[in-house]
Design a protein around this ligand. Sequence first.
Ligand SMILES: Nc1ncnc2c1ncn2[C@@H]1O[C@H](COP(=O)(O)OP(=O)(O)O)[C@@H](O)[C@H]1O
Ligand SMILES: [Mg+2]
Length: 421
Amino acid sequence: MPSKCTFGILWMEKYLYMITSLDVYRCIREYENVSSEKLLDFKKTSKNYKAYGLKRNPFPYVGVPEDAIPLYADRKKELKMIEEVIKSSLQNVSCHAALIGSYGNGKTHTLKYLKRQIENQLEDVVVVYISNPGDRVLSLYSNFMHEFGFQRLEELVWKFLEFATGEKSLRKKVNEGEVLLPEILEIGKRRLLNEIKYTDFATAFLKLTMEECKFLAWKYLCGESIISDYRRELDVVSAIDNDEKALRAFMSLKRILALLGNKLLCLLIDEFESIEYLHPILKQKILNGIRHLIDLNPQGFCLIIGCAPEVWVDIVKEYHAFSDRIFRQITLKALSEKDMRDFIAAYLKNSRLDDADPPNEIFPFTDDAITEIHRAAEGNIRRMLMICNQAIDAGIEHDIPEITSAKLRELLPDLFETVES
Ligand SMILES: Nc1ncnc2c1ncn2[C@@H]1O[C@H](COP(=O)(O)OP(=O)(O)O)[C@@H](O)[C@H]1O
Ligand SMILES: [Mg+2]
């Protein structure tokens, strides 16, 4: 039996042990905290840009245009030219253009901005942006349909049925049992087959009204392959599975749109330079297919392609039949120093605090910093945005009151060393 004293010693040992363990534990925690603070801190995200009179870093972290396009700077001359192309197309004669510019000079941004503007300003115009032409007319058609969207197509079929039957609010009436769907589909089919000769397309289009097979019809209309059982269910003979059928399907849709009052179908195809990677036969085929599309649509169609200059030069040289049909060529050149200053000012203005009173429109940058950025970016917008984005963050991080040319080199040595050397 241990004595009282032994108990006391044991207890003290245990107590001491606990204290030391706690200390060690605390030390480890502190070490962990200190080291994690020093190395990585994912929680500390919000920087305060107030010192520069800004709400946030005005320059994007990723040099890829958003769909909403919050800002469109400068490029007035080029926009005017595009405006002319759209206006000519609206006056009933199709007009097409190529938007030529090196990587990072604003082709995607311009096409997306154009889409938004057309949608906001014009009624009865359908504008579809496709990020890539794909490798054949069939894939172009497929991309077109996906961008056109299920909902828009579903609305279109009901609109068409209202047009064919002369009844209003048809969908509601069918849902409430006031009108029988098979009866109006019969009227719709008769009317539609007067207008378009592609029976399978017409059948699948009308099937978009039927809950049980509308997604199948949508898949079919997008040119996706569907098994024969499903085709039977849809009551169509063959799939839209080659360029010729894709063209006919596109023309059928355009006809339906025109019938319902659409004045213009505007197709914006980005990254046209990707056709350069196609086998020469495929390349020839897709260019021929698009040429065909242009020829089939002397009215109510406007095609604008975004393309890198190297590839466009080759197309002009080798594929006259295609390039001759694109009358307008609009070039997005690298920015001059003055243009770049305006661009930077526009981005800064877009993020200024309401109560900010900056010494000038380019603050926190100085004039010599703009010269330096222009030189390093070689007039390229994407590179300029990347430099400005990093400069602003580094400037705030290091409490730099004003970003001068010297400070830029100091803050971002990696970005400026190529210019130095
Ligand atoms: N006119 C403009 N106004 C504002 N930002 C632009 C403008 N043009 C391009 N940008 C921006 O520059 C970057 C590169 O443009 P982008 O359209 O992707 O170039 P490209 O498609 O020619 O490679 C993107 O972040 C884009 O948002
Ligand atoms: Mg692009």
